[in-house]
Write a protein that binds this ligand. Sequence first.
Ligand code: ADP
Ligand code: MG
Length: 400
Amino acid sequence: MQSMKFEEFDLAPEIIEAISYMGFETASPIQEKAIPAAIKGKDVLAVAQTGTGKTAAFTLPVLHNILQNKITGTSTLIITPTREIALQIDRQIQGFSYFLGINSLAIYGGGDADEWEQQKKALRDGVEVIVATPGKLLSHLGMNYAKTDKIQHLILDEADRMLDMGFLDDIKRIISKIPKKRQTLMFSATMPPKIEGLAKQILNEPEFISIAISKPAESVFQGVYLTYENQKTPLINHLISDQEEYKSILVFTSTKKKVNDIVRGLRNKNYRVEAISSDFEQSKREEIMTEFRANKIRVLVATDVISRGVDIPQIDLVFNYDAPGNAEEYVHRIGRTGRAGAEGVALTLINELDMEKFDAIEKLIEKKVYRAQMPDFIGEGPKWKVKVRRATKGKKPFRK
Ligand code: ADP
Ligand code: MG
């Protein structure tokens, strides 16, 4: 899998600089497909699951366009279902825009009179990018001070969720108040028929982009241990200490905080155990990676920084110290082993709190991962327990 570097896109140099400042190195698959289409001015309907980088997939081309065409005034409207998502998007835009002199504002419900006045002022002054929840935006639009006549980019983020939340009519009312001649980008995690219906109504000859969830390679043996948190380090030590065939071992954890504790717990006089995290300077990261590749470090404990993009030639064993955030991340992490047909082993340690999350991952990869037996001396782990989810109509049943 060869991922594209951001420099390879036709993006303005200021945007490239902003991206590298954010720490993004290679584009995610949805970004790789959506950014070029959006730069060309096409409408886009993009479907990719949560956590695949959809925000940057729509913000980057839009910011590029504003910059390139020296657009002033309110040109971009991003509609999103919740206050939290609006704030997240606004924060990401501000991160990028620091270099670009482009202003954005999040508009959502629940604020006080001061906030209302601030939003009103920004809308009247024509802030470049508005990120809004539908209801609150409509209240403002009803008062006729917002300058919507120059809007040329409309983005619907989490479109499926907005429809589930009953925002269809609000969305249509908002659209009736902005110019017909515009570029519309619609992003969704799923593609139910009602999304198709909405897309037909509001998109103009869209480029349809769909990123299927990737599946782990068949050559990777996957296992899961049900463990209490305090059993995890002893378990890993037991599994690796006298298994010399595992020369390169990666231990992933989702939280930076745990990295040092894990390293301390795995330290051993017979081999080197080191950490790598996004807190490290680039040079330090590279130094550690070089030693790891050269088999001078046997066990590397990492946060997700290195699970994307970095090429590690041969890992024999991957541990997930905890459940990855989502299926995509799981597939990425375990894809570090068993590459190019080589045999690999990926073991995931799941405590009672992560079971729901892991259950969701298994559904997405359509595989029930082998439940490995805890060694006797460690004692029993927690029992597998997840809430039973009723199959919803129209959804493909999950086969175990
Ligand atoms: P989605 O909207 O698809 O759920 P987000 O846009 O919120 O996903 O991105 C998920 C996470 O991935 C965010 O923390 C974001 O900063 C990070 N991210 C997105 N694109 C990249 C990239 N190209 N490189 C590194 N991290 C990225
Ligand atoms: Mg998103």
